[in-house]
Design a protein around this ligand. Structure first.
Ligand code: HEM
Length: 454
């Protein structure tokens, strides 16, 4: 078991199987039908050995769901030699790993974040985890988040107005990357004049860039913590004033909180917002149905989360004792990874799981985990998605993938760019806005990021 100072939380830099979710029909790069057919054959032969021993796993994984189904049926708990982890494919087992924290502990070695080992609650178990998490959880409650729709709508509208004249946009660069960044910048209380500096770091967190999380982020945060007069009111200021068992937070703890919150804003939100638009492009009649009946939007968001999860798996848990999952014995001291994307298609939990159905109820998908580490930003993520859907549906119609677009996977289940074309919805005020300056937004929400042009 690691010592506290060796632990850190960073879902963005966990080693994951690189499984892009993008539609194979639209994939670019070196993917070919011949390669994928060969991979499938190879996969059939080697499936019983390991998940990643197959050299072609990446190609196969462009549509990983048939593979997940076979694993759920034939080998629901499998040891992967390359990553030294047990992958868990069934819903019931994944739920156990998330909730039985005394057996599946989060207190395990994680990863190096920015060459510094951070200390945050993602790598802790209750009750210590709750003690830390409660220092920031107030900012993410439904009540706190309920203050934000107007501000997020203004930001989203402003970002959209910048692509108005072009009549096309790259959903990732123009909306899905900057929006969560600006929302988190305001929540944390980062100075708006730093936006252009934050953008490449957000891009790294969303795994859009080529390099790892940049080390400059650490010195930037350290500088802010030591010169707090630059901060706006927000989570970082509260953390500077917070007391843990009567003492102020250490530098490592402050960096852990700030770095993790900044990272999570884009690590999951950016690919998911891209996936939401892919859902609008792929699911026949979805945009029209939601435009005609906005009451269906919350259910649609849950189904989008189930069907298009931005991350297929979570960080590993460590077994504290010998345990059995689906008949497979796992010794103490092993690392176990629940496969969210597979659990979300488990037919013991979801009727007709490969059908996209926005009226599915209940919809207990695991895309935001469950148990003590359930996503802290879940309400915020749902709100941001709701705003993006509302703004897109209110202003744009006839969304199409741009002709000749090649979708390149980013991170796990996302794409690097999502170029689309559209027409202005009749009566959209944005068609007028493009001739005028940016719509009014509050001082904290101004968006001085350079507009992206593909
Ligand atoms: C669609 C968007 C999102 C998805 C799918 C998602 C998914 C997840 C998942 C699966 C976990 C659990 C990881 C685990 O159990 O190991 C998690 C944890 C977390 N998420 Fe999210 N997330 C999203 C958006 C956000 C946002 C916008 C924030 C911003 C605050 C955020 C903050 C966090 C934090 C701080 C944790 C750690 C919670 C803990 O360990 O106690 N997430 N998220």
């Amino acid at each position: 078991m690691s010592t506290p100072s060796q632990e850190m939380a960073c879902m963005a830099c966990e080693p994951h199987i690189p499984i892009p979710r993008a539609n194979p029909r639209q994939m670019g790069g070196e993917d070919t039908n011949e390669k994928r057919a060969a991979c499938r054959q190879q996969d059939e032969r080697s499936m019983m050995m390991s998940t990643t021993q197959q050299p072609c796993f990446l190609f196969l994984a462009h549509d990983p769901y048939p593979y997940y189904q076979r694993m759920r049926e034939q080998q629901p708990v499998v040891y992967d030699q390359d990553r030294d982890v047990w992958f868990v494919f069934r819903y019931e087992d994944a739920e156990r790993v998330f909730t039985e924290y005394e057996t599946f502990s989060s207190q395990a070695w994680c990863c190096e974040f920015n060459n510094v080992l951070y200390y945050t609650f993602t790598r802790m178990d209750p009750p210590q985890m709750q003690q830390y998490r409660s220092l920031v959880s107030q900012a993410f409650t439904p009540r706190a988040v309920a203050q934000l729709p107007e501000q997020i709508t203004l930001l989203a509208t402003q970002l959209l107005s910048r692509v108005a004249e072009a009549g096309q946009m790259d959903v990732v660069e123009d909306l899905a990357l900057p929006l969560p960044l600006l929302v988190m910048r305001d929540l944390l209380g980062l100075p708006p004049e730093d936006d252009a500096r934050l953008l490449p770091w957000a891009r790294s967190n969303a795994q859009l860039g080529d390099g790892p999380f940049p080390p400059e982020m650490r010195s930037y945060l350290l500088d802010l913590i030591s010169r707090p007069q630059r901060l706006r009111p927000g989570v970082i200021q509260s953390l500077l004033e917070a007391r843990l068992e009567g003492r102020p937070l250490t530098e490592a703890e402050l960096l852990g909180f700030c770095g993790m919150l900044f990272a999570t804003a884009n690590a999951e939100m950016t690919p998911f917002l891209g996936n939401v638009v892919q859902g609008l492009l792929e699911q026949p009649g979805l945009a029209e149905e939601l435009r005609a009946n906005p009451d269906l939007v919350p259910g649609a968001i849950e189904e989008l989360l189930r069907f298009y999860p931005p991350i297929p798996e979570t960080s590993p848990r460590g077994t504290t004792r010998a345990v059995e999952l689906s008949g497979q014995s796992i010794a103490a001291g092993q690392r176990v990874v629940p496969m969210i994307a597979s659990a979300n298609r488990d037919d013991t939990m979801f009727a007709d799981p490969d059908r996209f159905d926005i009226r599915r109820t209940p919809n207990p998908h695991l895309s935001m985990s469950t148990g003590p580490h359930v996503c802290l930003g879940a309400h915020l993520a749902r709100l941001e998605t709701q705003v993006v859907l509302s703004v897109l549906l209110a202003h744009l119609e006839d969304l199409q993938l741009a002709p000749g677009a090649t979708l390149v996977p980013a991170g796990m289940f996302g794409v690097k760019h999502l170029p689309i074309t559209f027409r202005w919805h009749s009566g959209s005020p944005l068609a007028q806005v493009r001739k005028q300056p940016d719509p009014q937004v509050s001082a904290g929400s101004q968006c001085p990021l350079p507009a992206h042009r593909s």
